[in-house]
Write a protein that binds this ligand. Structure first.
Ligand SMILES: Nc1nc2c(c(=O)[nH]1)N[C@H]1C(S)=C(S)[C@@H](COP(=O)(O)O)O[C@H]1N2
Ligand SMILES: [Mo]
Length: 208
């Protein structure tokens, strides 16, 4: 493995004295624990991103590829939403609030035979998802966390957010979605992680 997994000490932002077991256990998937900080997990260094040259693209198996500059992406309809997130390293974080553009908005009117997407990123990370897992109000390209610009360590300027799957599917520094007819395992999927990664079914590793 050429990459080193960087796990930084989480910063606890939760209200002091609130107990872990206050959380509704029905919101914590099997094998997960409640995290009040926000750990950073990156398979490599945080890339430096120049927004003047930045674009977000949708390409691959579609007739007319699309791309947006940073101002163009910001001019699209924005959504603010609050969701729970679940990392395969076993932490779950509840009620995280994000702002960004729904993948449905980016794909509006697209005609494609593709059943899959690969999210690709500055720094070379990739992750694959069924198209059905990023459409129907289940995935966003986000640029704000908790009302502030998304920090570079957490994927700023822009990350994918797919909260119903393990967090490795939420690609940081995402630059585009490539539509494909065939499913192609991404970075962690190639390294033995589950192809889909549903936390409620504990789909952690390839054979789970
Ligand atoms: N580009 C990129 N995206 C990535 C990763 C990465 O290494 N590179 N790590 C993934 C993993 S394994 C997790 S758990 C989350 C961590 O996001 P965080 O650092 O904001 O907690 O990002 C995911 N997205
Ligand atoms: Mo992860």
């Amino acid at each position: 493995m050429l990459y080193r997994l960087l796990a930084m000490t989480p910063i606890t932002r939760g209200f002091f004295g609130r107990r872990q077991d206050d959380a509704d256990p029905g919101r914590i998937p099997p094998g997960q624990y409640l995290e009040r900080g926000f750990p950073v997990l990156s398979a490599g260094p945080t890339p430096r991103v120049d927004l003047t040259a930045w674009t977000f693209s949708i390409d691959g198996a579609l007739d007319a590829p699309r791309s947006w500059t940073w101002p163009q992406l910001r001019a699209l309809e924005q959504e603010t939403f609050t969701v729970d997130i679940h990392c395969v390293t076993k932490w779950s974080k509840l009620d995280t609030t994000w702002t960004g553009v729904s993948v449905d908005t980016l794909l509006e009117g697209v005609d494609t035979d593709a059943g899959f997407v690969t999210a690709w990123c500055d720094g070379g990370y990739t992750t694959n998802l069924p198209l059905d897992d990023v459409t129907g109000g289940k995935a966003w390209v986000v640029h704000e966390y908790g009302g502030e610009a998304l920090e570079p360590e957490h994927g700023g300027p822009v990350r994918l957010l797919v909260p119903h799957l393990y967090f490795w599917k939420s690609a940081k520094w995402v630059r585009g979605l490539r539509l494909s007819v065939r499913d192609e395992p991404g970075f962690w999927e190639n390294a033995g992680y589950h192809n889909r990664g549903d936390p409620w079914q504990e789909q952690r590793y390839w054979n789970d």
